[in-house]
Design a protein around this ligand. Structure first.
Ligand code: FES
Length: 106
């Protein structure tokens, strides 16, 4: 299960996920609000921006170069725990992953 916390207080969506999917794919296939993913996944749009909550933020592998450079272009402020959800591939160990959604992706 993954948890998406919207920018409005109390807006939480829990989604079923399977290992190997990216967080972006799970959100988009469930029509979750708040993740746009205009480019469809190759880290070229920055509209799948999320803020990853601990303890998961520190457990994720650091962003690769393409994700790191695209994070410069997020519509909402970039924070230390900012990630592109298309670059987060889910594993068993990430069950319970929780992220906050930015107020805007554009
Ligand atoms: Fe475009 Fe993630 S879907 S950067």
């Amino acid at each position: 299960t993954i948890h998406l916390h919207g920018p409005e207080a109390g807006a939480e969506t829990a989604l079923q996920a399977k290992p190997g999917d990216t967080l972006m794919q799970v959100a988009v296939s469930n029509n979750a609000r708040g993740i746009e993913a205009d480019c469809g996944g190759p880290a070229t749009c920055a509209t799948c921006h999320v803020y990853v909550r601990e303890p998961f933020a520190s457990q994720l592998p650091p962003p690769q170069d393409d994700e790191a450079s695209m994070l410069e272009f997020t519509a909402a402020e970039r924070r230390p725990n900012s990630r592109l959800s298309c670059q987060i591939t889910l594993t068993e160990a990430m069950d319970g992953l929780a992220v906050d959604l930015p107020a805007s992706q554009h």
